[in-house]
Design a binder for this molecule. Structure first.
Ligand SMILES: [Ca+2]
Length: 186
């Protein structure tokens, strides 16, 4: 199974940190060894932002998705989505068998006046949404969907909220995406 290692697009100041993270992670396989599950690390995915992001709640200066160091995350790092419409896009392996899979996110939410929500979109079917009302990393399933080799899956933060006065902020933290052949997603 191939493991496409892609350089994430992050703010310039984080490039050095990212390089260190990538180097540190070179020895650890991204595929879960104990099963047929496919684990796609968010820190190796592409980070993209819509050209004209629309803000929910208080407007704030543009901030891009960022790689954060987090001991609780797989490999010690994760991706934080700070603003509505920020995305992380996962490239599926070219040798993936075309069939239905259970797609799950492992992530957590930074709560502020309610939990963050993340939508999943692919070429097949309507968007699906999960709610990250968990403050520790947990797996949340988007359900079954048809996946194709070489395709992409995009996660989008859909409901940011930010209080300029108190600096309280709702954010979504993505550790990895799990592609599972079993119907239960376990
Ligand atoms: Ca936010």
């Amino acid at each position: 199974m191939t493991n496409p290692r892609r350089t994430a697009r992050v703010p310039h100041t984080l490039l050095g940190l990212l390089t260190a993270l990538v180097l540190a992670g070179c020895g650890s396989p991204a595929v879960t060894p104990a099963s047929e599950d496919l684990q796609l690390e968010a820190t190796q995915a592409e980070l993209m932002v819509a050209v004209t992001p629309q803000q929910v709640g208080q407007p704030r200066p543009f901030e891009g998705s960022q790689v954060i160091m987090d001991p609780g995350a797989s490999g010690g790092s994760a991706v934080i989505l700070l603003s509505t419409h920020q995305t992380v896009t996962f490239k599926l392996p070219n040798n993936l068998k075309a069939q239905e899979y259970t797609v799950s996110i492992v992530g957590r939410g930074e709560q502020y006046m309610g939990p963050p929500q993340v939508s999943l979109s692919s070429v097949d079917g309507p968007d699906r949404i999960v709610t990250l009302d968990n403050t520790q990393y947990e797996k949340r399933s988007f359900g079954r969907m048809q996946l194709s080799p070489g395709g992409t899956i995009t996660l989008t933060f859909v409901n940011d909220l930010y209080n300029e006065a108190t600096k309280q902020d709702r954010n979504a933290v993505v550790d990895y995406l799990q592609i599972n052949q079993s119907k239960s997603g376990k």
